[in-house]
Ligand binder design. Sequence first.
Ligand code: SAM
Length: 224
Amino acid sequence: MVDFAALRQKMVDEQLKARDIRDMRVLQAMNHVPRHEFVPPELQHLAYQDKPLPIGENQTISQPYIVALMTQMLQLEGHERVLEIGTGCGYQTAVLCELAAYVYSLERFALLADRASTTLARLGYDNLDIHVGDGSQGLPDMEPFDAIIVTAAAPSIPGPLVSQLSPNQGRLVVPVGDSKGQHIYIVQRIGDKNKVKRTIPVRFVPLIGRFGFRDDGNPPPATV
Ligand code: SAM
């Protein structure tokens, strides 16, 4: 029998604490959420390794370190309303549910959204709402959000997501670049000003949508 709790503790110690994950609440959440419950049964033994894994529909569950790092960038304290774009298998959603008051999550594949909802309900998470749709346009009916995280790569910072941030220090964390690679950007909204910071290089699957890439992987035509 695999001791998943021991593997999870090892992941936190060797992949997160040993790097630059310092937010104690993020470390606790990563030590609590059973990542192996979110991957296909035949891959469960790999769930705590330092890498992404396939979850169906040609999509992936992100590497644990990147989940922890992007979550840390959101600087959550517990009272926030968070929007996640790219539910995937729901693992990042669970981490957010541990750290914020309420999580809205958008996924373009209904199959993944349904599966994630089932897993999250089975594990007892109830402070979330999963929607199927184009997350590059955000969720205007539910704005403003204290924090927005995008777990797929956009060709540029999606404008609708910036405008759905709370003017009171809302934070957006989003990978931006092309199919060869991207950087994680942090956008902080302070009143009607935005502070933009480019951070580490990453490689994500594309955000497909109106303010993302087209279905063929190309960016949308430039508008004038
Ligand atoms: N956070 C996820 C997890 O923990 O499993 C990993 C997400 S995976 C790297 C990226 C996800 O973004 C995929 O499930 C993909 O279908 C989704 N996606 C891509 N474009 C999207 C869009 N415009 N709206 C919503 N979801 C999108």
